[in-house]
Design a binder for this molecule. Structure first.
Ligand SMILES: Cc1cc2nc3c(=O)[nH]c(=O)nc-3n(C[C@H](O)[C@H](O)[C@H](O)COP(=O)(O)OP(=O)(O)OC[C@H]3O[C@@H](n4cnc5c(N)ncnc54)[C@H](O)[C@@H]3O)c2cc1C
Ligand SMILES: NC(=O)c1ccc[n+]([C@@H]2O[C@H](COP(=O)([O-])OP(=O)(O)OC[C@H]3O[C@@H](n4cnc5c(N)ncnc54)[C@H](O)[C@@H]3O)[C@@H](O)[C@H]2O)c1
Length: 479
């Protein structure tokens, strides 16, 4: 077996791992990066990029349908060419992947090790039985994979995950999406708009990452106007029926529904890739799901002796499994692993205000962790509906509801949840205000052009401002 001694070893060459590797090298450490699967990253191969390519095609199809509302008619009708749709998705996906591959090719061979890595102890990894790596510090950046109940496996090749969708050569006729989370909503609506018969079925009532019950109810009703979205579907049975899948579930007024689909797309969540990397041979403290406990500011894990040389970044840490967070965590982990290896101490890195966007239409936006991150009784809620918002009506996109939260004591903006037109842009404005610690009154001093969707924010902020002032007045009177 080959042996390698290095300052920093990074396990996983995804977004977080590459960021960690480059940061460690930049900080002056000798580093290696170990990859057990394909280069190219989850984001580019099967995640953010191909999913948004599919959604872009769906939006184009939807725009044609919506044009009639403006008196613009596609007289010859229109046709969705599934082959062409998937061809563009794969072609553009491959282009994004090629950029990552080009970067990886620039890394000297001696710094890249291919194979699955597994811990031998806190400082040692074995890679696919051919290389033993001893390292002063290690970064775990092994990502995550789709997770679904064991019973789904009886569906055989009718069971797919999001990974499979982007390799299709044509669009199927009917897909049941199990799990109305972020992936289920994005892919479910996109496939529906591309002419696939879709049912998005959940359990327990969750809709994407929304925790505010008002926004959740509004989102569910709005999306359900367009395609079947049953967040608490009570699926009684799901079994293989020839080359299709039969699903029996509760229908309206106590009736039972039996539907047949070409595929079941399991979108029931993702699990960090940490179960089979030999963590039991380290002294790391693990949480209930078997994921190393770590400090999100330093990304350093916690070990029995309090001096762990192991950092964790990206989906592997299961903290905020989003692309921009994987990049930040990777960079922090790489810098700190290098510091430790070169004899200094780990330092807290920059963690930004939280933002999440789901690319449905209307989009879902969550800022600052949303309602679930707030302590009851400490905040007021301002609201705006986009149904009568000027620019949204002009564009025939006047569907949306936004709740904004402000701190009763300080008047500071705390976060928001929304289903709204252009939520990706509204969420960014709000996240920047949040990170800057702005009060609601200060946000209202910011400029707004006319007529824009962002004017809706002002309406919601004014509502919040009135409520905060009223609450502060009450406090003043009591004093
Ligand atoms: C369908 C879909 C859509 C998404 N859309 C968005 C979006 O729009 N916006 C957003 O912010 N996020 C999105 N995400 C989430 C985002 O893609 C992830 O948060 C991000 O890619 C995680 O990066 P990572 O570096 O942690 O993992 P990865 O990129 O998966 O990298 C992990 C790497 O580790 C390797 N590895 C695993 N185990 C080992 C081992 N033992 N030894 C060696 N190598 C190993 C793997 O092969 C892999 O290459 C989406 C995800 C999916 C699935
Ligand atoms: N736009 C984006 O930023 C984006 C897009 C896609 C994915 N992602 C990332 O990928 C992660 C994983 O997404 P996801 O949608 O797989 O997970 P998720 O946790 O968002 O959703 C899983 C859903 O499946 C439901 N569910 C679980 N078991 C079920 C069962 N047996 N039957 C029916 N429903 C069931 C859950 O209640 C939940 O609604 C996200 O958390 C996010 O970090 C982000």
């Amino acid at each position: 077996m080959k042996t390698v001694q290095v300052d920093v070893a990074v396990v996983g060459a995804g977004t977080a791992g590459l960021a960690a590797f480059y940061a460690a090298r930049k900080a002056g450490a000798g580093a290696v990066i170990i990859e057990g699967g394909e280069y190219g990253t989850t984001c580019a191969r099967v995640g953010c990029m191909p999913s948004k390519l599919l959604i872009a095609a769906a939006e184009a199809a939807h725009a044609v349908g919506r044009a009639a509302g403006f008196g613009v008619h596609a007289n010859g009708g229109f046709r969705i060419d599934g082959h062409a749709v998937m061809d563009r998705v794969r072609r553009e996906r491959d282009r994004f992947v090629s950029f990552v591959l080009r970067d990886v090719e620039d890394i000297p061979d001696a710094e890249c090790i291919r194979g699955q890595a597994s811990f031998v102890d806190n400082h040692t990894l074995v890679v696919a039985d051919h290389t033993r790596v001893t390292s002063k510090a290690i970064v775990i950046a092994t990502g995550s994979r789709a997770a679904y109940p064991e019973s789904f496996k009886s569906l055989g090749d009718c069971l797919i995950t999001s990974d499979d969708v982007f390799d299709w050569y044509d669009l199927p006729k009917a897909v049941a999406v199990i799990g109305p989370g972020i992936i289920g909503l994005e892919l479910g609506q996109a496939l529906h708009r591309l002419g696939v018969r879709v049912a998005v079925l959940g359990r327990g009532g969750r809709v994407g990452p929304i925790s505010d019950p008002e926004i959740r109810a509004y989102a569910c009703a709005t999306l359900n106007e367009e395609f079947t979205l049953a967040p608490d579907a009570h699926v009684a049975d799901m079994h293989r029926y020839g080359d299709r899948v039969a699903i029996r579930r509760a229908g309206p007024q106590g009736a039972e529904l039996m539907e047949y689909f070409d595929y079941v797309l399991a979108a029931t969540g993702r699990t960090p890739n940490v179960a089979d990397i030999g963590l039991h041979r380290t002294t790391l403290e693990l949480d209930a799901k078997g994921v190393p406990v770590f400090d999100p500011f330093t990304t350093r894990t916690v070990s029995a002796d309090g001096a762990s040389p192991i950092f964790i970044a990206g989906d592997a840490g299961n903290f905020i499994p989003l692309l921009h967070e994987a990049t930040d965590e990777g960079r922090i982990a790489g810098q700190n692993a290098a510091r430790l290896a070169l004899g200094s101490e780990a330092r807290p890195g920059l963690r930004r205000a939280r933002i999440g966007v789901v690319f449905t239409d209307p989009q879902i936006g969550i800022v600052g962790g949303g309602l679930r991150a707030l302590k009851p009784g400490t905040f007021a809620t301002g609201q705006v509906s986009f149904e009568d918002q000027g620019r949204s009506r002009i564009l025939l996109r006047n569907k949306g509801l936004l709740n904004l939260y402000g701190d009763l004591a300080s008047g500071k903006f705390l976060g928001a949840e929304m289903l709204a037109p252009a939520a990706e842009h509204l969420s960014h404005l709000l996240a920047w205000a949040l990170q800057n610690g702005m009060t609601v009154a200060q946000m209202l001093e910011m400029p707004l052009y006319h007529p824009v969707i962002e004017e809706g924010l002002r309406t919601g902020l004014r509502d919040l401002d009135v409520k905060l002032r009223a609450a502060q007045g009450e406090v003043g009177k009591a004093a």
